[in-house]
Design a protein around this ligand. Structure first.
Ligand SMILES: [Zn+2]
Length: 303
């Protein structure tokens, strides 16, 4: 099961010692280099068998005004860089059948982007998004410049160093005996239910966040919490921390600000929802999402 979880596989060998000040300039002239091109927040994929996010330098020639580049690491002996282009650069590829222009969420959900490259795309998208939104120092307000081959931004004015952020989110399958608790947000597709989730707050443990979010959103008390698996979620830079939680109470009180509904589902319900055969039309997220993985783990313990 774990192999189908999206954004978790990344064949690039990364090493912080390779992020010296000359790294980007050195790889810029390397004819073997591979480029992950992101226009705004849209990755440009090369069509074909197989589809790939790893473009050749010639593929990207038509983009004259790239904004920023970061060095992701090596694939074999080939350096891989991620390049940020303005969002309208996507139009340069849209009509060309050699390329696929599609937001990453859709490309992953519809299995258009290669599974093995989803981790590369997650790294590229999160890192480039961070650069695009952190051009000024949060300490003194002066412009910052890229350093560490893209894994840091420095402020020349006050000396502050800024590092790319990863925002931890707890996502939990809370169960009690033969039933588990699922909820739906208003923006979900009609009929879709998923695990409850929420951002970890500063100074909070993972276990405490699982208990707090479950009580806030559904009014259910959680006792034992166990970590299961994690998943990068590059929208823009979350890390989903998947947990199993044991409920200590059953009454559900839905916080309507957070959720449209939350309710208990039986194992049989969940089996039917996974197969999209539930008589009431309920279903759960696809296998690319960690909620699906947690539900499988709860049903049969298999991975
Ligand atoms: Zn500063």
């Amino acid at each position: 099961m774990k192999r189908t979880l999206g954004y978790t596989t990344n064949p690039i060998r990364r090493h912080s010692s390779e992020r010296d000040p000359e790294a980007l300039a050195r790889h810029r002239d390397d004819p073997k280099r591979l480029v992950v091109l992101v226009a705004g927040d849209i990755p440009i994929l090369r069509a074909g068998e197989p589809v790939t996010a790893l473009l050749s330098p010639a593929d990207t020639d038509r983009v004259a005004n790239g904004l920023e580049e970061v060095f992701l690491g090596h694939l074999g002996d080939r350096p891989v860089v991620a390049r940020l282009a303005p969002s309208d650069a996507a139009d340069l590829f849209r009509e060309d059948p050699a390329f696929i222009v599609m937001d990453l969420r859709s490309a992953a959900m519809n299995r258009i982007a290669p599974h093995d490259e989803l981790g590369i795309l997650a790294t590229a998208k999160s890192l480039l998004d961070w650069h695009a939104r952190h051009r000024f120092c949060s300490t003194c307000g002066s412009p910052t410049t890229l350093s560490q081959a893209g894994f840091r931004r420095d402020c020349a004015s006050c000396g502050a160093q800024h590092f790319p952020r990863t925002d931890p989110v707890v996502i939990m399958l809370v169960s009690r005996g033969e039933r588990c608790l699922l909820g739906r947000q208003t923006h979900f597709l009609p009929g879709m239910y998923s695990c409850l989730a929420g951002f970890l707050e500063p100074g909070e443990t993972i276990e405490a966040a699982v208990r707090r979010e479950t009580f806030e959103e559904a009014g259910v008390r959680v006792g034992a919490v166990r970590y299961s698996a994690s998943q990068p979620w590059p929208f823009p830079s979350s890390l989903m921390i998947g947990c199993m939680g044991e409920a200590e109470s059953e009454d559900v009180t839905v916080d309507r600000e957070e959720l449209e509904d939350a309710r208990w589902f039986s194992r049989e319900d969940v089996r039917l929802m996974l197969r999209r055969e539930h008589p009431e039309g309920f279903f759960v997220p696809p296998s690319v999402a960690i909620a699906n993985y947690l539900l499988h783990e709860w049903l049969d313990g298999s991975e």
